[in-house]
Design a protein around this ligand. Sequence first.
Ligand SMILES: [Ca+2]
Length: 297
Amino acid sequence: MGQELSALQGEQGRLIQLLSESQANMARLVSSVSDVLDTLQKERGGARPRLKADLQRAPARGARPRGCSNGSRPRDCFDIYASGQQEDGIYSIFPTHDPTGFQVYCDMTTDGGGWTVSGAMSPHGDEGAVGWRRRSRHRDASWGRGDGAWLRLKRIHVLTIQGTYELRIDLEDFDNGTAFAHYGSFGVGLFSVDPEEDGYPVSIADYSGTAGDSFLKHNGMKFTTKDLDNDHSENNCASFYHGAWWYRNCHTSNLNGQYLKGHHSSYADGIEWSSWTGWQYSLKFTEMKIRPVREEN
Ligand SMILES: [Ca+2]
């Protein structure tokens, strides 16, 4: 315990030094670390591993106990798949850092199955988007809407800190064309002391697939919504492009843009994946899904 405390105190000192140029940030971060230290001191028992993980935030490779048979609580759809339930549908999962759990849609058929669908958020106020809404409602049943973006990010966060996760994005156009983009590693807020305060920055790497990469340029960016501008543009990219995303200045993809049904004359404000269909084609269907990277044994 003493060793851990002094390691934490060392970390606190390092943060102070790193942020000395920004007094506001420094104060906030130091108080955040201090809070964790206080809590740690108060609750030396039960909460310790979680708090330690929160501070260190090293994605723990190989930490997944095998097998989720009868009665044990699945941390994600892959646990459910591994326990023998291999039908697409809505399941309850219980991530390590959100033990009360929540429901998700599990894709048990695409590319080996075991995918936890983290969704593309529903288009904002697009009443005409019936087909998309019907399909996304099914999958997004429990992920919330509107402000649900932040709830969703929190859930993606608690999932992706459980290990190394891969990301697959499936796309469909209005001519029944399909494509996908795969990323070998993906997470949000992986290195944040307070991920929400930090804007759930995205970590993403290792593209492969058929849709081309339209996401790597967003690596490291915080999430921006219309009411919270975390991007590098002098404007708010979410307002400007009618979406919510890990915008830089501003985007190569905009999966929460407007449902504009294919070609549109406006610029980049639809559901765009630019490397596949450019900046003036709003896709019919998109789906983001994550799965823990299986160790090679
Ligand atoms: Ca901005």
